[in-house]
Design a protein around this ligand. Structure first.
Ligand code: GTP
Ligand code: MG
Length: 310
């Protein structure tokens, strides 16, 4: 098998790889591991990723444009329908499909089936690779029987066991993906990491702090809108963001007594933003209520797209 691009011939390979699977399977962790950069937000909670997010990996003779996607779920809200449409559109542009499953989940075979059935025909006609993730949590003796069972039930071009969190076997996965890339010129400059603007990641980083700080409905009910993102100098960025929630009671929780909770969110977010942007950040946060926004089609379409062009 031809593994990787042939250096001596100078032939370049380039293509899009869509990473998809159930919520919390480790899609964002895996993309970050392959990029060697924490680009996409990772969180213990499900439904962390809501948009498709490109992460570009360029090495000597190949360029992979990874598309991290939201977890596949039965949609209950307009927001979910938007998330599903993001996954579907990233299948269209994909050259290789990379399904990922949590190997340590209760029933990984059922999880694979759920996603395969959900998209059916959309998955046909392209190389389909399975990353069997979280192998660090799986007793060694269980790996072979599980791989065998999956290979019996489904058609995959390759099944690669990995631990995205520990970076185990991700080099092997990368080689497999490169072997399926078409020959072609690079899409982006070699030092490009993503096609999403910094402003998008700023909103994600702020939302991540809220996901980690709160439980129940709040993580799912929060939308972060960046009102202003301006470089005040080459060392300082000013960010003004609105945290939008669905109910007054959620607003009160996010603000907290004397604004303590919001201050904590702000301090944590500022630290991560400074790390991500490599600059000092002056951050202002405001909390607003937009009743039931998750089920408001025009709000979802308008704001998800406005936050996340491309
Ligand atoms: N032990 C272990 N944990 C992992 C591994 N990969 C991811 N995780 C953890 O699984 C959780 C979910 O990871 P994410 O990368 O956010 O999962 P996702 O599939 O992008 O989730 P959504 O965006 O919500 O669909 C996080 O707590 C990760 O740290 C792994 O290989 N081993
Ligand atoms: Mg994710």
């Amino acid at each position: 098998m031809d593994e990787g691009a042939d250096k001596s011939s100078g032939v370049r390979k380039a293509g899009y790889v869509t990473v998809f699977g159930k919520p919390n399977a480790g899609k964002s962790t895996l993309m970050n591991a392959l990029l060697n950069f924490n680009l996409s937000v990772v969180n213990r909670k499900v439904q962390t990723t809501r948009n498709r997010i490109s992460g570009i990996l360029t090495e000597d003779n190949f360029q992979i444009v990874f598309i991290d996607t939201p977890g596949v779920l039965t949609p209950k809200y307009e927001l979910h329908r938007y998330m599903i449409s993001e996954i579907a559109s990233s299948f269209e542009e994909a050259d290789v499909l990379l399904q990922i499953v949590d190997a340590a989940a209760k029933d990984p075979v059922e999880d694979i089936r759920f996603v395969r059935d959900f998209f059916g025909e959309n998955l046909a006609g392209k190389p389909l690779v399975l990353a069997l993730n979280k192998c660090d949590l799986l007793p060694r003796a269980n790996l072979l029987p599980l791989t065998g069972k999956i290979a019996d039930e489904f058609k995959f071009n390759e099944i690669v066991p990995v631990s995205a969190a520990k970076g185990e076997n991700t080099d092997r996965l990368k080689k497999v993906l490169v072997s399926f890339l078409p020959d072609g010129e690079f899409f982006y400059e070699e030092d490009t990491l993503t096609d999403k603007p910094e402003k998008f990641f700023a909103a994600e980083i702020i939302r991540d702090k809220i996901l980690s700080q709160y439980h129940d409905e709040i993580p799912y009910s929060v939308f972060v809108h960046i009102q202003e993102f301006s470089e005040r100098s080459d060392k300082l960025v000013y960010i003004n963001a609105e945290i939008i929630v669905e109910r007054e009671s959620q607003k009160a929780v996010i603000i907290g007594k004397r604004g303590d909770s919001l201050k904590k969110t702000g301090a944590l977010a500022r630290k991560s933003l400074e790390h991500f942007l490599g600059k000092k950040v002056y951050l202002e946060l405001f909390v607003k209520v937009r009743k039931g926004w998750r089920n408001n089609k025009s709000f979802v379409r308008e704001n998800m797209l406005r936050n996340s062009p491309s």
